[in-house]
Design a protein around this ligand. Structure first.
Ligand code: NAD
Ligand code: ZN
Ligand code: ZN
Length: 348
């Protein structure tokens, strides 16, 4: 089968011919429906050796859905052809965090090394994908499996960041969403579905601000020198109860610090590597600063339920596997609206 693989650090991935894996005991082979192209993959391509654990080569794609193709010995409760989402952070499955379904914070991560399929182990940008344990699959029901792929990361990551801060988001508050890409356009919908907060979207690209409007942002503000003042005015000088930074650069962290409210929170999701000098006076009083990572498997079930009820929907642009490189090139240029999803099998 074909697989889009990282073959060397800081070198472009390659489309290669590899063996279809065989599921061992407890494992499940998935026929891939969709594999989302996440901005984190661009970081992975750019980072030097050692920045993430895992051995080369490995197949990219950590945002996956598919159909059950074959189950290993001892796997019960899955039917051939059933549509499933793959929960992406693969923990040990046995520690306290994993038993709470928070495999994103597995206590044995250091021992395990790689974070999951597509992040150091083989992911979903291939015709088939091996999932190491049946517990990592969540049934999709009647959702379109291609359109559901982004739910597993572009949906789950903001969902987790928002849910843990939900107590702050009462009517009358404002939430600022910086970066309306794959994650940001889902965050705006999740905020609307879960809370009474007003939303302000910020992006460098006017077409992303248009998308923000379409997915329900109450206000949009172009990134730049005027942004902080505009946002403070929109919040009647109070600032934002929550700032979700889906970029994480020096510039966006500075903006976040300027627009957050006292007793508010800044949640830095983007991995651009910016820094914030955390000291007295650098943030409003009692403003929290946090770096959430992905979400739990139970939260993924909740995200899928929100999508099944029509409350959230990823804007998806489809690419065949042969055009995976083009999907990432467009993502790097900021020319993807919503999420690019690689679709290895043509519609039957
Ligand atoms: P994306 O490329 O789809 O979207 C990024 C958006 O940010 C684009 O719309 C872009 O125009 C906008 N942008 C860029 N610079 C900006 C600036 N200075 N001000 C305002 N907007 C700006 O990316 P994505 O896939 O949504 O991922 C977003 C970030 O989140 C990436 O850094 C990714 O690695 C990270 N990420 C983190 C987690 C986690 O668990 N922490 C999970 C997934 C992704
Ligand atoms: Zn991701
Ligand atoms: Zn664990």
């Amino acid at each position: 089968m074909k697989a889009y693989q990282m073959v060397a650090w800081q070198r472009p991935p390659e489309l290669r011919e590899v063996e279809v894996p065989e599921p061992g005991p407890g494992q499940v082979l998935i026929k891939v429906a969709g594999a989302g192209a996440c901005h984190s993959d661009l970081h992975v391509m750019d980072w030097p050796e050692g920045a993430i654990a895992g051995e080369l080569p490995f197949t990219l794609g950590h945002e996956n859905t598919g159909w059950v193709e074959e189950v290993g010995a001892g796997v019960e409760g899955l039917e051939h052809g059933q549509a499933v989402a793959v929960y992406g952070p693969w923990g040990c499955g046995r520690c306290r965090a994993c038993r709470q379904s928070k495999e994103n914070y597995c206590e044995r991560q250091a021992e395990l090394g790689a974070f999951g399929g597509g992040l150091g182990l083989d992911g979903g940008m291939a015709e088939y994908m091996l999932v190491p344990a049946a517990r990592l699959l969540v049934p999709l029901g009647d959702l379109d499996p291609v359109e559901a792929a982004p739910l597993t990361d572009a949906g789950l990551t903001p969902y987790h960041a928002i849910k843990r801060s939900l107590h702050r988001l009462v009517p009358g508050t404002t939430t600022v969403v910086i970066g309306v890409g794959g994650l940001g356009h889902m965050a705006l919908q999740i905020l609307r579905a879960l809370s009474g907060t007003s939303t302000v979207a910020v992006d460098v690209d006017p077409s992303k601000l248009e998308l923000a409007r379409r997915v329900g942002a109450d206000d949009v503000v172009p990134a730049g020198e005027e942004a902080a003042a505009q946002i403070r005015e929109l919040t009647r000088g109070l600032g934002a109860a929550l700032v979700l930074d889906f970029v994480g650069s020096d510039a966006t962290l500075a903006l976040a610090a300027q627009v957050a409210a006292a007793e508010g929170e800044i949640s830095v999701v983007g991995l651009a590597g910016g820094t914030h000098a955390f000291r007295f006076g650098s943030l409003p009083f009692e403003c929290a600063l946090t770096i959430p990572y992905w979400g739990s498997a139970v939260e993924l079930m909740e995200v899928i339920e929100l999508a099944r009820r029509g409350k959230i929907e990823a804007h998806v642009e489809r690419f065949p596997l042969e055009r995976a490189a083009e999907a990432y090139a467009r993502l790097r240029e900021g020319r993807i609206e919503g999420r690019a999803v690689v679709v290895p099998h043509a519609a039957e």
